[in-house]
Design a protein around this ligand. Structure first.
Ligand code: SIN
Length: 490
């Protein structure tokens, strides 16, 4: 296993523009710190608006050659990148643990998940197809072809620093698009390591340009208004996504938005309670709860609420908060003080609203931004915590009387990313699949994320899908060519 010092020595800390590592135009750098210790890890070049413009210039220049590169060649670059990320899994895992906080075992899981997008889209690249048909009146031939959208801007979050980048970069490479990536300022190191790997895999200069920055709006704003940009893909909060959609209207950009969630976790009276508890632990505690697909509200049938809550609380009590590099750690720190403080205020508010703390309920003393795994019971249906995305290890449990009420409560949110439901009744599972307002549904499953499946939400959880055979469509446009049939004389 590589040491922390060796890894930090190996990760490039410059901007990557037009195939070259370089300093920011104004020479600025910013600090990247470890959320478990609050100590400095690295100083990364801080892109200015001038650097953003240079990155888009490079992407726009590279677009024509890149889209003409054979699909097989693009596929092979992705496949080599998959092999390299897999071979360097320890480095990627440690980078994520250091800058984001998740335990090493969990970070290794993200390496496998994130790398899989590279392999999946390497397999999709040569399969982009159009069609050829005869018009119904027989006069014309109809040729339908798929074309790459063109230069893209990606804005990625800190919670899955590898997977959220590969989920955008891989389909763009497969489709023949060039790109500018702005990774989260809290976690740029993983993205920079990935850039190094893609370069080593043979990605030509200008195809991927990476500009970490602390001035997100000032750097990306002008790019979104630039007519050469054709696509914006963002993962983050609904609040920011809404603003980006509005900004994208000027150039009528194609947008993909993977936004906030408020996932209900439903446990019906006929559920296998042991399985529901295991699923609940996964749905809540994957990534320390810092996921937009994290279960945010536990809705449990009143007849099994006590049994479920007791068993679930016992499982939550077994989590061990510690720095992610500690082999005993099963939950790391929250990513920063603001994230931890928001959780503190949500839990305090829930208690004011009438919830009872069954476990946890407070932050741990520093250094580091740790919050105790927490279970809240008897949470009133109108408690504020049920309307907010918690983004931490806090599980509010509330009850329902019957299926109709469960569905009504589950849908009573402007979000619609994912729902989880535990039931042994197949008819009920099918009714839920039809009646829940959601982009994704886990039936007796606490995790649905899979590179081979279309990830995304409805309502204010977003637009578009990432992963699956749908994922590449976000980077393609449909062109129709009508061809007169020269053999017809009428
Ligand atoms: C997210 O939380 O933004 C994504 C989580 C996932 O891909 O499972």
């Amino acid at each position: 296993m590589i040491s922390e010092a060796e890894l930090l020595e190996r990760i490039p800390t410059g901007l990557h523009i037009d195939g070259r590592w370089r300093e920011a135009a104004n020479g600025g750098r910013f600090d990247v710190t470890d959320p478990a210790t609050e100590l400095l890890l690295a100083r990364v070049a801080d892109a200015s608006p001038e650097d953003g413009a240079a990155a888009l210039d490079a992407a726009a220049r590279a677009q024509r050659d890149w889209e003409r590169t054979a699909p097989r060649e693009r596929a092979e670059i992705l496949r080599r990148a998959f092999d390299l990320v897999t071979a360097r899994a320890d480095e990627f895992a440690l980078a994520m643990t250091l800058e984001m906080g998740k335990p090493l075992a969990e970070a290794r899981g993200e390496v496998a998940y994130g790398a899989e997008f590279l392999r999946w889209f390497s397999e999709e690249a040569p399969r982009v197809a159009g069609r050829y048909a005869t018009a119904p009146d027989g006069r014309n031939r109809l040729l339908v072809v798929k074309r790459p959208v063109g230069p893209c801007l990606f804005i990625t979050p800190w919670n899955f620093p590898l997977a959220m980048a590969t989920r955008k970069i891989a389909p763009a490479i497969a489709a023949g698009c060039t790109m500018v990536l702005k990774p989260a300022a809290l976690t740029p190191l993983t993205a920079l390591l990935l850039t190094q790997v893609l370069e080593e895999a043979g990605l030509p200069a200008g195809v991927l340009n990476v500009i970490p920055t602390t001035r997100a709006g000032a750097v990306t704003g002008p790019l979104i208004k630039d007519s050469r940009l054709r696509k914006l893909s963002f993962t983050g909060s609904t609040e920011v996504g809404r603003r980006l959609i509005a900004d994208s209207a000027d150039q009528v950009l194609k947008v993909s938005m993977e936004l906030g969630g408020n996932a209900p976790f439903l446990v019906f009276e006929d559920a296998d309670i042991d399985a529901a508890v295991e699923g609940a632990v996964l749905a809540k505690m994957r990534n320390g709860g810092e996921a937009c697909v994290a279960a945010n509200r536990f809705l449990v049938h009143e007849s099994v609420a006590e049994e479920f809550s007791e068993a679930f609380t016992a499982r939550m009590a077994a989590f061990h908060p510690a720095r992610g590099t500690d082999p005993a750690s099963t939950i790391g720190p929250m990513v920063d003080a603001a994230t931890r403080d928001k959780i503190v205020s949500l839990v305090d508010g829930a208690v004011e609203d009438g919830a009872r703390i069954a476990l946890g309920g407070s932050a741990l003393p520093g250094p580091g931004y740790f919050y105790r795994p927490t279970v809240l019971v008897d949470v009133p249906a109108d408690a504020r915590i049920l309307d907010e995305e918690i983004f931490g290890p806090v599980a509010p449990i509330t009850t329902f009387r019957d299926e109709e009420q469960a569905i009504r409560l589950a849908n009573a949110t402007p979000f619609g990313l994912v729902c989880f439901a535990y039931t042994r009744d197949l008819d009920r599972a099918l009714r839920l699949a039809e009646d829940l307002e959601t982009g994704m549904l886990g039936i007796n499953a606490g995790v649905v994320s899979n590179p081979a499946a279309p990830f995304g939400g409805v309502k204010q959880s977003g637009l578009g899908r990432e992963g699956g055979i749908e994922g590449i469509e976000e980077y393609l446009e449909t062109r129709y060519v009508g061809i007169a049939d020269p053999t017809r004389k009428d």
